[in-house]
Ligand binder design. Sequence first.
Ligand SMILES: Cc1cc2nc3c(=O)[nH]c(=O)nc-3n(C[C@H](O)[C@H](O)[C@H](O)COP(=O)(O)OP(=O)(O)OC[C@H]3O[C@@H](n4cnc5c(N)ncnc54)[C@H](O)[C@@H]3O)c2cc1C
Length: 382
Amino acid sequence: MRTRSEVVIVGGGIQGLAIAYHLAKDHGLRDVLVCEASYLCSGASGRNGGGIRAQWSSEVNIRLMQESLRLCKAFAQEHRINTWFRQGGYLFLARDPATCETLAQSVKLQNECGVSTRLLELREVTRIVPELSLDGVVAASYNPDDAVVFPWPFVWGYAEGARALGVEVAPFTEVLDIELSAGRVSAVETTRGRVATSCVINATGAHSPALAAKVGIELPNQPHRHEICSSEPLKPWLGPLVADLSNGLYFSQSTRGEIVGGVSNERVPPGANQDSSNRFLSLYARALVRVIPRMADAKILRQWSGLYDLTPDRNPIVGSVDGVGGFHLVCGFMGHGFMMAPVMGKLMAHHVATGERQPLFDQWNLRRFREGRLLSEGMIIG
Ligand SMILES: Cc1cc2nc3c(=O)[nH]c(=O)nc-3n(C[C@H](O)[C@H](O)[C@H](O)COP(=O)(O)OP(=O)(O)OC[C@H]3O[C@@H](n4cnc5c(N)ncnc54)[C@H](O)[C@@H]3O)c2cc1C
């Protein structure tokens, strides 16, 4: 492994790899090393539901996701890899007046941004998913352009694309420490030796607080287990990803026919535990059967979990850090860091390569917590 690198990206999940790829491709910056503690896809990027949507309640998320959807759609052709991109839309369900209002406001904003989401009459909902029980549902929104993909090819595509351009992607290479010199990063200490560098990007997802602590930075985000499961393959019957905002239930049908989904489990304490629980299965089964009674007969074949990277205001933490030169953050992406990575990879690479100010990163900067400028987002699932 090289002993000196212009940029060291810590974390070989989709965020770190997308940045590496765009540094090399868009800016010709090939002297880049990605250190991944385990195998590629070991983190949340290899464990998620692959949902990609432009239905959000804040303008910044809507606009970023319009661009990310475009990038995701073009990914297979650009990287010569099948992503199982399936544009069946996202169908959101609301069951109470407050959520109904959030949905209506969000649809209005999405339409102003050019996203073709519609608030649906309930009879239209059953036209889109005839198997759906509308008992208790008071409103629904649908954007036909939202999509679902298989996540792994994105991770592999970015890794291979970056490698082909000269980036070194080093799995099984954990960053143990970060050296500082005169208030700037000067090297990282890894399980495979020391690497001198003046630029470190913390893309370690739910592990980002531990890495930031190495340079004396305290982050407010916390890891939180999120469980997910997959049914036996069924004949294709479900077009959109369905999300119930009342309990965080979401499910979609994969191209192999499996129903893949999860649900909120409010009793899960913060921590990096990635076990699977019976409680999750029973919460999920009850929530799913309430919405799709016919799923009562289906069998669950696999269950796994990953880590959400939760921030206090449900928005990410991105950009440079006051007081530590050359140290950048790209973390706190909750349950939507996968879909954000294509656009974030481009923006972050531009910022690191050119040093140009990125107004978005001011909004998402760590200092907002110190300054009490908290943000909000009403359409987080799970
Ligand atoms: C069950 C589940 C479902 C989800 N569903 C969706 C969805 O439908 N759509 C969506 O957009 N998002 C979803 N998400 C969220 C999404 O998966 C994450 O936001 C995203 O993958 C984060 O990517 P990342 O690269 O920041 O982190 P990760 O993929 O977690 O990568 C971080 C990497 O850093 C490595 N690392 C940590 N510490 C070190 C160190 N010291 N040295 C070297 N390497 C280190 C880890 O091994 C890990 O591989 C879901 C998440 C879960 C858990």
